[in-house]
Design a protein around this ligand. Structure first.
Ligand SMILES: Cc1cc2nc3c(=O)[nH]c(=O)nc-3n(C[C@H](O)[C@H](O)[C@H](O)COP(=O)(O)OP(=O)(O)OC[C@H]3O[C@@H](n4cnc5c(N)ncnc54)[C@H](O)[C@@H]3O)c2cc1C
Ligand SMILES: *[C@@H]1O[C@H](CO)[C@@H](O)[C@H](O)[C@H]1NC(C)=O
Ligand SMILES: *[C@@H]1O[C@H](CO)[C@@H](O)[C@H](O)[C@H]1NC(C)=O
Ligand SMILES: *[C@@H]1O[C@H](CO)[C@@H](O)[C@H](O)[C@H]1NC(C)=O
Ligand SMILES: *[C@@H]1O[C@H](CO)[C@@H](O)[C@H](O)[C@H]1NC(C)=O
Ligand SMILES: *[C@@H]1O[C@H](CO)[C@@H](O)[C@H](O)[C@H]1NC(C)=O
Ligand SMILES: *[C@@H]1O[C@H](CO)[C@@H](O)[C@H](O)[C@H]1NC(C)=O
Ligand SMILES: *[C@@H]1O[C@H](CO)[C@@H](O)[C@H](O)[C@H]1NC(C)=O
Ligand SMILES: *[C@@H]1O[C@H](CO)[C@@H](O)[C@H](O)[C@H]1NC(C)=O
Length: 636
């Protein structure tokens, strides 16, 4: 607790949120709406020069906005690192408490989600631990926690559920504190505090990120999960667009926007994953969707974003207002240019979908060669299927020596009646029949996206610590001549034969005519296949073995994919954290411009995310030598 006099002063500052109040740290302001997007209540509570004018010099040193000086020097500390717990510059408990008062009590000191499993934590409780252990792979529990992430491997595995209550559980690579955000002003205070105090800052929404981008040792976390407002705008008007739109708070998840869309009779471009934060890292990294083959990426739909920049200022970013940021933030990656508080996107008309699931495997009547001939017949048809506007999520798994399974999980045929779907797949089905492969497709037509999506995509499990993923966006040119196609097919088959699962999307994601261009990976624009694979190890593998496995995966397994698609790239949000030359792979020709904008808008490197723009200037000195976030963040 803060000394009483200070706490009282700070509380007073916060309790006075009326307009013009001289003592408020966060104050009620009137926000002018851009075009006709509504203003959320959370956006009318801000920090302003006037509200900060009541702070004394010592408080200002921590909470003031950045000076309006583009030549602002990078804040350096003697060791070239961000201030870390235990350092003499680390804010005292008294300062954290003052910060909490300014935030109106929204500061949460991190307790690892699995602390209940450990006797060394006051939260120890065998029953809670048991429930948590059985829920661990459910994404909802991680999304609802201020610091937990869904890929604990990249946090640093510092506190996993266990039955060994005397094992070690530390905060590790989780952020040290998180701000449970409900207003723009709280984000501004957190940004100013982290920048002024030289702290590491992370933005965590759901924690879905594959590469640990939403976690970091010693960091202050900004947790956006509770920014849940959704407003439908039937007549959004701007210079470039006139039509229906939706404005979403940064914490809105896919299932929430789809549900709302269904209720109001529109279709929103979001992901297949049910709990992914649709207005957070998903849209900022590009965002592929079951609707992408028709409407492009989620980032392409964005009309306007509200953002707190590294200098602490709140800005609205549109094609007219901050056009360079409008370009960069849409697809240039989360946690890089600022904290997005809300996103306004165009929405599409209601559409019907045929959803089909089926599988086939090797067996007494189906040899491995026959199986692969059936797969080949499918893959040959990727251009036609994507051009018809469909999206298909399929898995190919090795189940033993010369034994394989193909799962269509599902074929998502947007704007196709059952008859149209059956006509589209007939040539492939005929080939399968000729090969003696029998399938029993379960195909259903839904007259709206929501019901189709609910039926088609199950809740995926997360939080494995014994695997990592990698991916590739294979370009259309690989289908344009038989030699390239054969090489592509051989590379994918080899991966599966070596025991790595293939989880892939046959889709395209072209920029729709007339939509403004953005920073999304150019490799998306000509892809027909977003393919993901993974490697795994036993839970007794030591760190040296894990590292060797990871490097082999990056160089030898994914190396074969890169070899057959040398000019293509990979999707940053479902990728290999060790991707060589990530700048080219995740950003392509956009990288140089993105890097320049990063220097302009974030000159001190406040925002860091592994494989983010400008991340090559930093290094995490991880404790276990693996590419995780459990260590100091230092200048490279
Ligand atoms: C089960 C599963 C299914 C998936 N399905 C899809 C899919 O269908 N399509 C697809 O394209 N991707 C999919 N993804 C990948 C997903 O898009 C990324 O993991 C994405 O980063 C998630 O964003 P988030 O905000 O939910 O997660 P977080 O991990 O919380 O954040 C991810 C990154 O974005 C940053 N960020 C989050 N919110 C903000 C904000 N408001 N302002 C600034 N930065 C922010 C974070 O700092 C971090 O760098 C899936 C992932 C999983 C695990
Ligand atoms: C500011 O901090 C210094 C050093 O801790 C202290 O001496 C001084 O009294 C403080 N001033 C105010 C106004 O709190
Ligand atoms: C600094 O810039 C912000 C907006 O970018 C502006 O609101 C503010 O008035 C400026 N402050 C000074 C002192 O110029
Ligand atoms: C976060 O804040 C919201 C109010 O905005 C509150 O309902 C919720 O309980 C808080 N969560 C935690 C973990 O403190
Ligand atoms: C849906 O399909 C019909 C043909 O069946 C076509 O005319 C229409 O343009 C398609 N709609 C979209 C949005 O692609
Ligand atoms: C077919 O799929 C639907 C979901 O789309 C499911 O509800 C139904 O149980 C499935 N039927 C069979 C026979 O598997
Ligand atoms: C491609 O592979 C098919 C099937 O194995 C084979 O028949 C064909 O000759 C190959 N074509 C080229 C150009 O390699
Ligand atoms: C890790 O395991 C390998 C092989 O099992 C062994 O050779 C090596 O010494 C181990 N390394 C450590 C640090 O324990
Ligand atoms: C590297 O990966 C390939 C493909 O999975 C595998 O065959 C090989 O044994 C691996 N090598 C090492 C050293 O792990």
């Amino acid at each position: 607790m803060a000394p009483p006099s200070f706490a009282a002063a700070a509380l007073l500052a916060l309790s006075l949120v009326a307009p013009g109040s001289a003592e408020s740290a966060i104050t009620q302001v009137s926000v002018e709406s851009t075009s006709n997007a509504p203003v959320f209540d959370s956006e009318t509570l801000q920090v302003t020069d006037a509200s900060l004018s009541t702070l004394n010099k010592n408080q200002s040193a921590y909470f003031a906005f950045a000076k309006n000086d583009s030549s602002l020097q990078t804040r350096t500390f003697s060791n070239g690192c961000k201030v870390f717990p235990g350092d003499w510059l680390w804010p005292s408990n008294w300062v954290w408490s003052l910060f909490d008062d300014f935030l109106d009590g929204a500061l949460i000191k991190t307790v690892p989600l699995a602390a209940s499993c450990y006797k060394s934590w006051p939260q120890y409780n065998a029953e809670t631990c048991e429930t948590l252990t059985s829920d661990w792979t459910n994404s909802n529990i991680h999304a609802a926690d201020p610091a937990s992430v869904m890929w604990p491997l990249f946090e640093g595995r510092s506190c996993l559920p266990t039955t060994d209550s005397s094992a070690s559980c530390t905060v590790g690579g989780y952020s040290s504190y998180a701000v449970n955000v409900s207003s723009v002003g709280q984000i501004q205070l957190a940004v100013n505090f982290a920048r002024n105090a030289g702290l590491r800052l992370v933005v965590k929404n759901t924690g879905h990120d594959f590469n640990g981008k939403s976690t970091g040792a010693g960091a202050l976390g900004i947790w956006t999960h509770n920014l849940k407002d959704i407003d439908y705008i039937p007549h959004y008007r701007s210079s470039g667009y006139n039509g229906p739109a939706v404005k979403m708070g940064a914490g809105v998840q896919a299932h929430e926007i789809y549900e709302k869309a269904n209720e109001l009779g529109f279709t929103a471009v979001g992901g297949e994953g049910k709990t992914v934060g649709v207005a957070g890292g998903y849209v900022l990294g590009g965002g592929h969707s079951p609707l992408s083959s028709i409407y492009g990426l989620a980032a392409d739909q964005v009309l306007s974003l509200d953002v707190v920049l590294a200098n602490g200022r709140f800005v609205t970013v549109t094609e007219e207002n901050n056009p360079d940021l409008f370009w960069a933030i849409r697809g240039g990656g989360g946690g890089t240019f600022g904290v997005v508080t809300s996103v306004t996107s165009r929405v599409q008309p209601k559409v019907g979908v045929t959803v089909s699931t089926f599988s086939f495997s090797t067996g007494t009547d189906v040899s491995a060669d026959t199986f692969w001939a059936g797969v080949r017949s499918y893959m040959e048809r990727f251009p036609q299927n994507a051009d018809a506007g469909t999206y298909a999520y399929f898995w190919i798994l090795s189940t033993g020596t010369d034994a394989f399974t193909f799962l269509m999980n599902p074929f998502f045929a947007v704007n196709h009646t059952l008859a149209q779907y059956n006509a589209l797949v007939k040539p492939w089905y005929n080939d399968l029949e000729d090969l003696g492969i029998s399938i029993t497709p379960n195909s259903t037509y839904y007259d709206n996206f929501y019901d189709a999506w609910m039926a088609g995509f199950p809740l995926e499990t997360v939080a494995s610590s014994v695997m990592m993923t990698g991916s590739r966006l294979f370009p259309r040119s690989n289908w344009e001549d038989t030699t390239s196609f054969n090489a592509t097919f051989a590379a994918l088959k080899e991966t599966v034969v070596a025991g790595h699962p293939l989880l892939a999307f046959n889709m395209k994601a072209e920029l729709v005519n007339g939509y403004p261009s953005n920073a999304a990976n150019p490799a998306f624009r000509n892809t027909l296949l977003h393919a993901i694979t993974s490697t795994s190890w036993t839970d007794t593998a030591n760190n040296t073995e894990i590292k060797t496995n990871m490097e082999n995966f990056t160089n030898n397994v994914l190396g074969k994919w890169r070899a057959v698609s040398p000019d293509a790239g990979a999707y940053m949000s479902e990728s290999d954290i060790l991707e060589p030359n990530f700048q080219q792979a995740f950003y392509g020709t956009n990288y140089a411009r993105l890097y320049k904008l990063k220097q302009r808008y974030d000159p001190t490197g406040l925002f860091y995310a592994p494989t983010g723009v400008g991340s090559e200037n930093w290094v995490v000195k991880s404790e276990d030598g693996l590419p995780d976030q459990n260590g100091r963040l230092c200048r490279a």
